[in-house]
Design a protein around this ligand. Sequence first.
Ligand code: ADP
Ligand code: ASP
Ligand code: MG
Length: 402
Amino acid sequence: MKFGGTSVADIDRLNRVAARLIERAKAGDDVVVVVSAMGKVTDDLIGLAHQANPKPCKREMDMLLSTGEQVSIALLAMAIQKQGYEAVSFTGAQVGIITDSVYSKAKIVRIDAACVLEALIQKKIVIVAGFQGRTVDGQITTLGRGGSDTTAVALAAGIKADACEIYSDVDGVYSADPRIVPKAHKLDTVSYEEMLEMAASGAGVLSMRSVEFARNFDVVIHCRHSFKPADVPGTIVRGEDPSMEDAVVSAVTHDTNEAKITIRGVPDRPGIAASVFGTLGQNNVNVDMIIQNISDAGLTDISFTAPEDDITSVTSALEICLKEIGARTWNIDRDIAKVSIIGAGMKSHPGITAKMFKALAEEGINLDLISTSPIRVSCIIAADQAETAVRVLHTAFGLDQE
Ligand code: ADP
Ligand code: ASP
Ligand code: MG
């Protein structure tokens, strides 16, 4: 069971989570729980770091951010013990969550988890800090924003749990972010493929890495509401099976945390794109969309998008590599948003892209970059039009719930 930041934001909520865990343990389940930092603690720590140093080093950043989860695991253990049940908390390093050494977005390479199983035998509720691990040589790492979901799914796979339940302030995965589309409806089941596309395009309800893990290790995820009764069903995320209904469009997502980088006057010859994107890759920048324009007099323009969090790495990578290849100028536009439509049924339905463009055009929304996958279409638009775009598309594809 994994509880996110809002579910453990204060002692009252921690107590309610504790009661829920004890109820499950008393019903006979072995309970392992992963928790995030309380409320907005991670954001606050990031704020503090930038006050200390506008360009904080990533190792120290991970050292700092991992403390958020360490606070909530200890407090949750205390709350459970206060209610008369045994509990023990562990950091990621203690449970043997071994990661690579890419600070701030480390990938889990293996989980040992012997101490988790040991504590379960002693009938304790086991609490594990989300979002963190350690390298083979003992350095503390974090898994990227929203990384507690990944801890939960990886741990579920590692200990071969019967179920993996992710609790948050929504009762499941919706056809759009319910905070901006009041008419969004809850989806009963979502396939890994659709959920991957949704998570990758901004549906913050599950982190993308956690869905990748779930798909690779066949972990069925149940997304549920932290404080609704135990019999209220959430959304099941699992492998596709023939009984699943293939909606043409099942969800509309948006992401306002990307930036668009445009490089102008790049020499148009083989090897240039490899050099630019190779350097970005070496700097661990997750490049998303890429567009290269038709060349003019041997020069071309390249635009791409990347997470805003990666901008410092983008800047240092481009400064070096553009000097070498001799590009004219480059700039960063942060005022963009990506809106996407996702649906497994898209594979067999032509005309979906045109319908999307028409719906956006009717609202006077201009499209900047476009990219597609077999089950997704994404457009980059102006950031201030994102919410309108999501609502318009939700209506256009018949997803509104009256
Ligand atoms: P936690 O802190 O528990 O990890 P998050 O804030 O990361 O929770 O995720 C839950 C939030 O995800 C919801 O409050 C909701 O606003 C947002 N969200 C975005 N897209 C969706 C979606 N398609 N379905 C459900 N929730 C979504
Ligand atoms: N506390 C971390 C974050 O805010 C991890 C998580 O909540 O999943 O990103
Ligand atoms: Mg989250």
